[in-house]
Design a protein around this ligand. Structure first.
Ligand SMILES: C[S@@+](CC[C@H](N)C(=O)[O-])C[C@H]1O[C@@H](n2cnc3c(N)ncnc32)[C@H](O)[C@@H]1O
Length: 217
């Protein structure tokens, strides 16, 4: 796999097995910021706890970490990844995020591990398929749902997984994803989310789901 530049100048990779790139051509960093970070309101959260499906090249992680470091907040990040990439490849994906890149250099030295920790926060990686791994319950302030597309990678978009992600979120927590597929959106509503169609950059719509849960007590 060779790095390919997206239109905002940040790199991605093409996965031959899925026949798709890890990020949209409009921009890897652009999508991480405008969709995952901002549409979940994680860029404003004083104690963000993010659950990601598909850690990939750690673009969303590093973008979220940069925001947390700029604001001086502690980041807790749990990511599920079934096919972790080798460190030699990850080292070829630099991002223009100076604070996060300093942390990333340390992460790469020890990569892959199940837990990385520092004054910046913590990154826990659940190596496995999201359909199979145990997730924290009632924990996340945000879910970044970022597998390959439902057409080529259907399992992480399925109803049982969406139910599981709803249980992992705190009440009012937000799930964001680039997909606007109809079957996925219907399953999202059925799994306990309020569905929001949000205007996207470089395509028509993204999807945000807000976890509707009974109030405590
Ligand atoms: C579009 S890429 C993610 C890009 C990543 N979020 C980033 O910021 O660079 C999709 C990722 O989902 C992972 N994936 C696909 N199916 C999965 C599954 N069932 N469970 C966990 N991870 C999965 C792939 O291995 C791949 O790394």
């Amino acid at each position: 796999m060779e790095p390919i530049l997206t239109q905002d100048g940040t790199p991605t990779l093409f996965h031959p097995g899925y026949g798709e790139t890890y990020h949209p051509r409009q921009g890897a960093l652009l999508q991480a910021r405008r969709l995952y970070l901002e549409k979940t309101l994680t860029h404003l959260h004083p104690a963000p706890r993010v659950l990601e499906v598909g850690l990939g090249l750690l673009v969303n992680f590093r973008t979220t970490l940069e925001s947390a470091l700029q604001r001086g907040v502690y980041l807790r990040y749990v990511a599920v990844e079934k096919e972790p990439l080798p460190k030699e490849l990850l080292a070829q994906i630099p991002l223009p995020l100076p604070r996060a890149e300093a942390v990333m250099a340390g992460i790469l030295k020890a990569w892959p591990l199940e837990r990385f920790q520092g004054p910046w926060g913590e990154l826990r990686i659940l190596f496995g398929k999201v359909e199979e791994v145990g997730l924290p319950q009632n924990w996340a302030t945000a879910v970044y749902l970022d597998p390959f597309s439902p057409r080529v990678n259907p399992e992480p978009w399925s109803f049982p997984v969406l139910q599981k992600l709803c249980r992992a979120l705190r009440r009012g927590g937000r799930l964001a994803t680039y997909s606007a597929q109809g079957a996925f959106r219907r399953a999202l509503k059925e799994a306990g989310f309020a569905l929001h169609r949000v205007p996207a950059e470089g395509k028509r719509e993204w999807t945000v789901g807000i976890a509707l849960k009974a109030p405590p007590g």
